[in-house]
Design a protein around this ligand. Structure first.
Ligand code: CP
Length: 322
């Protein structure tokens, strides 16, 4: 049996392959509860969860709240714009305030890399990183890994091409950590201003040629161009980005016939992926969203075990996967 879960989920970098696979197995067990309300339960009854999002979100925030609801937890979103953060309250003071109210799990998204760790070091609640700057987005990577695992059942010798704005992408970083730990081969591709040869030190192949990147790929992951994180112009315009770096159906003649198209969302239609690909039969973009709820159910249960002393989670559930 492996060690019990950690107090927090801050990134994929610090998870072992066993811990990742445990979370995937747990998500598989939880997934039927999403579409079948009769299967939902109260295994996290009395566990309280708060989302604390300093940056916008549709998928991550709502799926954590739904994951908690489907397992009987008490869930609340702290709307940052109407909270006392707008009066100048600090991140740590906000976290301590949530601690004082009896919140057991805080899911945070913040533009500063390291913000989730800072919070985790200062509160007794379990902290989940819902995205910290360009650093990590662990639950996005877990749902991406889960989606790949559903299709291929193994990561050994899988080839995954990740395309686009790698430099600013916490999704890319978390996926790189996860995929390389699990034995997959990762190729990064995009404009030289956003994909540097230095990234090869992460154990991946780097190219500035999309066709080369997708050759023989099992999965092709497009990434959103993150204009909000770019401090200087890294390409002339979105139209030029789409022309030179956007993935289209024509590119796919160079990929495996069964290559699967992924994207974490939100997608800039016609920029990183053509609409035809987004809505096409090789796309799993909406199944990724569904899997995001399953993964977040698994993560909440996993952390509930680590915090068993102060929350009423059912220990046996997680133990059987370890
Ligand atoms: N993929 C992702 O993090 O989406 P949201 O920004 O909508 O949460």
């Amino acid at each position: 049996m492996s060690k019990l879960p950690k107090k927090d989920l801050l990134g994929i970098k610090n998870l072992s392959a066993t811990e990742i696979l445990t979370l995937l197995e747990m998500a598989k067990a939880e997934k039927p509860k999403i579409k079948n309300p009769q299967l939902r339960d109260d295994s996290l009854k009395n566990v309280s969860l708060a989302t604390l999002f300093y940056e916008n979100s549709t998928r991550t925030k709502l799926s954590f709240l739904l994951a908690g609801d489907y397992l009987g937890a008490i869930t609340n979103d702290l709307n940052i714009s109407t909270s006392s953060v707008a009066k100048g309250e600090t991140l740590i003071d906000t976290g301590l305030t949530l601690d004082s109210m009896g919140i057991n799990i805080i899911v945070i998204r913040h533009s500063m890399a390291g913000s989730a760790q800072l919070l985790a070091e200062n509160v007794s609640a379990a902290v989940v990183n819902g995205g910290d700057g360009s650093n990590e987005h662990p639950t996005q990577a877990l749902l991406d890994l889960f989606t790949m695992w559903e299709h291929k059942n193994s990561f050994a010798n899988l080839k995954v091409a990740i395309l686009g704005d790698i430099a600013n992408s916490r999704v890319a970083r978390s996926n790189i950590f996860g995929l390389t730990k699990l034995g997959a081969n990762v190729t990064l591709a995009g404009p030289p201003t956003l994909v540097s040869q230095n990234m090869a030190s992460l154990g991946v192949t780097v190219t500035n040629n999309i066709t080369e990147a997708i050759a023989d790929a099992d999965f092709i992951m497009g990434l959103r161009v993150q204009l909000e994180r770019q401090k200087a112009a890294t390409f002339p315009s979105l139209a030029e980005y789409a022309h030179f770096w956007g993935l289209t159906k024509e590119h796919l003649q160079h990929a495996k016939p069964d290559a699967i198209i992924m994207h974490p969302g939100p997608v800039n239609r016609g920029v990183e992926l053509s609409t035809e690909l987004i809505d096409g039969d090789r796309s799993v973009i909406y199944p990724q969203v569904e899997n995001g709820v399953a993964i977040r159910m698994a993560v909440l249960k996993y952390l509930a075990l680590a915090n068993i002393g102060n929350i009423g989670a059912k220990k046996d559930y997680v133990i059987k996967f370890l």
